[in-house]
Design a protein around this ligand. Sequence first.
Ligand code: ADP
Length: 764
Amino acid sequence: MSDHYVKVKVQLEQMKSSGEGVEKEEADIIEDEVLVASPPASVSPIPASGAPAAQRETPKTSVTCRNQSKSRSKLGKDEKNTCTKQDSVPALQGTIVASNANSGKPVNRKDNEQQMLQIKGTGKMLQGKTETNGNTVPIHAPEDIKVGPHNKEDANKVAKRRKPVTVDTFKAKTSLEALKLSIRQLKWKEFPVGRRSACDIYWHGVSFHDNDNIISGQVNKFPGMIEMLRKINLTRAVRTMQELFPEEYNFYPRSWILPEEYQLFSTQINLAKDIDLSQKPTFIIKPDGGSQGDGIYLIRDPGDLRVIAGSHTKQSVVQEYIHKPLLIDKLKFDIRLYVLVKSLEPLEIYIAKEGLSRFCTEPYQEPSQKNLSHVFMHLTNYSLNVQSGNFVHSDSLSSGSKRTFSSVLYRLASKGVDIKKVWSDIISLVIKTVIALVPELKVYYQADIPPGKPGPTCFQILGFDILLMKNLKPVLLEVNANPSMRIEHEQEVSPGVFEYVPSPVDEEVKVGVIRDTLRLMDPAQRKSLTSYPEHQQEEMLGSPVRGTGEEGRVLPSMCLKQVFPKYTKQFSYLRTVERITALFLRFLGVKGNMRLGPTGFRTFIRNCKLSNSHFSMATVDILYIDITRRWASMLPDSREAGMGLQAFVEAFFYLAQRRFKSLPLREQVVSLLEVCEAQLENQGRGDPVGALPEDSTSSTRRSVSCGRTQPGRTQHPHHMSTSTPGQALSAPQLCSPATPRRASSQDYRLHQRLRPTHKGNVEN
Ligand code: ADP
């Protein structure tokens, strides 16, 4: 038995004995996710996608000739594949594991069954195959098929009686192939060119608005998701949370928004350099709305920012570059995880237990002036690296330049890494990020689908891009509203002739994600499932009740794992901005509007009893004008006038700071929320009309919706009663109210940045 095998065994034994079924804390949130198991007694040879990619009859579409270029070329928005020659791939060198002899070879699934790591629920087995060189290569065994709690015959009868679920795939675009496979496995009915009558599910390739005529059913996109996930908006949303919860949100690198914060960025960096001359930080510039690495570059000095049109930088985010990433085989890699937001109200989040790891194609070196432009070393984007001669297309799931995340975890486990902790941190990052996005998404949602009006419900699969630092801390790079769901890639079959060929890694991961998303959105299941506990829901979805899969076989158990509301207890206190959003929506008034007018803002102040002789309504108007103007200048393309949610949140923070001077910001904000909520509740009880905005025609339904959106109100662990309801703001004068809040927030951020512990958390 090699030393290596002994180590793996020890790790696996440790994991086995670490206990299950305890109420989980954040630190070991996924105690029940990854566990060691013997081979299951009954396994069925259906992989996640129903049939092995290689055996599946995949249409090979010839595509036109084109020059293969190894330089960076401008690519489209969707993940694009460019053919590369497999025989030109040099062997990857081992950093974590000494060598990788398996590159490019298909893996024999029946091989060696010595060590197994089961990802519970996916039915997925990672088998450690000890190679002759002593390395452990994870391979995927057949799916562990679970039969649900129902009698199979009865279940099949029920399934026969029901009409199949209908899916409109007309707008599915690049997800089409994976979607078709999923629908076939579920025995549902596809409408490839749409349908005159309504479908149960509409699958859009890009946005909620791909088809604006939907008034019922479910659509796989939320209104506003694309906008919210643009780099600047994501940064703003996370930064708001960082102001309230700096420790909880330190998984997002320090970022500045350009051009508006160029001066701030420049001053802060130069100041930090002056204080510590040894500091040579690197920054990554990402254009707002960019994808696939387009327009991204690295700098080491604020003066190196590229300017356009003489003096202005493009709208972009400049971010601290994580210079010590975890390496495997000396290569930087990132993780693409698929996350389903099943509903906003109530918030329901699922994470796919399997993801992708995308590798760079040039060995990593810490950034230096010389290597800043080496994209194959610093950027993990598939669309870039596929153009490198070093890119390895592999049929194996555990080697090559794109692998399953579980195969990476397996390798890490074999090196003694606590992979449960890694998973737990990732889940926590995902939940916190979604919590940061929800407030603004609710505003978009109500604007597009006002309560009481006919409209579809929404769900969406997001693509989280996560980097593991050398110390294994996950860092959020970005979230994609439209992650590529392609399961094939282009290959040059003869000089200049390209074909689409199946990509087993993509198929393994993506078909499961789409199929299980559909299963969760099944209208019949949705209704009946909610009355069961979560573990039973998973079993039922794996049961033959609804769609027994191709050839009558039972579907694999779910690859999507519910994490919210499952972990509500640990995270609900973070939903403070959602409570502010509930107030915003209540006073928003006019249908379809996303901005609060001056009258709505005044009504908010008056109904919450926030004004008095020291804080007059005239001062309120100045506050409104000041903040709204500044936000309008920061969002130059905004067409609607008025106060948006972000500006309202800023105003709210300002009001909270004025009123509860000595407390930390988050406590100030919670205290003011309590004041406002108590006032509105009183009015709601005694005088419903008093709670309504003056300029609102649809306020009644909005206040109903507001009543639902007060998450975490009773669960906040830092609950305080420092406020006296009705106590007015004590602001003797107000010159430029927004500026102090903003300045204090900037000072605060600078303070945070200069604190070594905070920085250490992010940058290792
Ligand atoms: P895009 O949407 O264009 O892909 P990303 O934000 O995902 O933009 O960045 C592209 C790549 O750059 C990432 O996949 C990652 O490899 C690298 N990257 C991005 N941000 C950072 C960072 N802060 N530190 C280190 N590498 C980063």
